[in-house]
Design a protein around this ligand. Structure first.
Ligand SMILES: C[S@@+](CC[C@H](N)C(=O)[O-])C[C@H]1O[C@@H](n2cnc3c(N)ncnc32)[C@H](O)[C@@H]1O
Length: 286
């Protein structure tokens, strides 16, 4: 196909079946994301801008470049384009209610009794930061309420650098914060010109954002977590990928700790190290 044809052809035909299969394989092997053939139009639409910016006239040339790039930058850009980053503060609020009402009080009691210095939470697939900032607000509130001296540690990871940069900027439009309870909004967000909201420093500076791929074979963390949130991420993974990931989460959860997944996601209710507690919420027995 000539460069001119590439620009004028219908979206789906701008990529051959072989090229689309190669994109799918690359995305699956590197990020665990399964792209069905129905996603072809979406994928072409999302990647077309990269082809244009990088000066490639065919998907074949683009793929060759991604596969040969020794820096990992091309793959990172592919992750930015392919990942779906939709999120907002206090999304699926039942989980935050359970986190504040049960998970945090239990963890604070357990950590304090053991003489541990930290309360530890991991937000995996944190996207642009709305979820980890909501979690940190609740951790700060719970620690103050209990008069506990524990340090709140919140690791927030994602594969998309672009999402992480937005997370670190911590500035959000009204729609993103509209589901946050007014008390938290008033206490921890600062109004900006243009109807925007900035997360105040006491919350923002306590969330540690890192690039991390959930497909890494081994997870190396200093010590296990009281709760892991991985919501609306595994929806893009197939069953074997999901099952392996859930076991790695369990290996990094303290006994009595929790895993939260998205409400539309499922893991085996009885299998593995976790036990079912609530819809999309599991606990590792004590
Ligand atoms: C729809 S967002 C979910 C955001 C938030 N957890 C929520 O529930 O609102 C899914 C996120 O998962 C991330 N993701 C997808 N595959 C990943 C992988 N292999 N490793 C790390 N993050 C990944 C995407 O980059 C995206 O930001």
């Amino acid at each position: 196909m000539s460069p001119q044809d590439t620009l004028t052809a219908p979206v789906e035909s701008r990529i051959s079946d072989r090229e689309f299969d190669a994109v799918r394989r690359l995305v699956y092997e590197n990020f665990g994301i399964s792209l069905s053939s129905q996603k072809k139009t979406l994928v072409v639409g999302r990647l077309q801008k990269v082809l244009r910016l990088r000066g490639f006239s065919t998907f074949g040339d683009y793929l060759h470049w991604v596969q040969e790039d020794p820096t990992g930058e091309a793959l990172s850009e592919l992750a930015d384009r392919i990942s779906t980053n939709h999120t907002y503060f206090n999304r699926e609020h039942e989980h935050f209610d359970h986190f504040a009402g049960t998970v945090l009080p239990e963890a604070i009691k357990r950590r304090t009794a053991a003489g541990d210095p930290e309360l530890r939470v991991w937000c995996a697939g944190c996207s642009t930061g709305e979820e980890p900032y909501t979690l940190m607000m609740l951790m700060v509130e719970a620690l103050a309420g209990a008069g506990a001296r524990l340090k709140p540690v919140l690791l927030a990871t994602d594969i998309s650098m672009k999402a992480l940069q937005k997370a670190q900027a911590a500035v959000y439009p009204q729609e993103a914060v509209s589901k946050l309870p007014p008390a938290l909004k008033n206490r921890y967000l600062i109004k900006q010109p243009g109807g925007l909201f900035r997360v105040g420093d006491p919350i923002r500076t306590q969330v540690h954002f890192r690039r991390h791929n959930l497909m890494n074979r081994v997870f190396r963390f200093r010590s296990p977590f009281d709760a892991i949130f991985c919501r609306n991420v595994m929806i893009y993974f197939d069953n074997p990928t999901r099952a392996k990931l859930v076991e790695k989460f369990a290996d990094n959860t303290v006994p009595g700790g929790y895993l939260f997944i998205g409400h539309s996601e499922t893991i085996n209710r009885d299998g593995g190290q976790y036990r079912y507690v609530l819809p999309a919420c599991y606990r590792k027995p004590l």
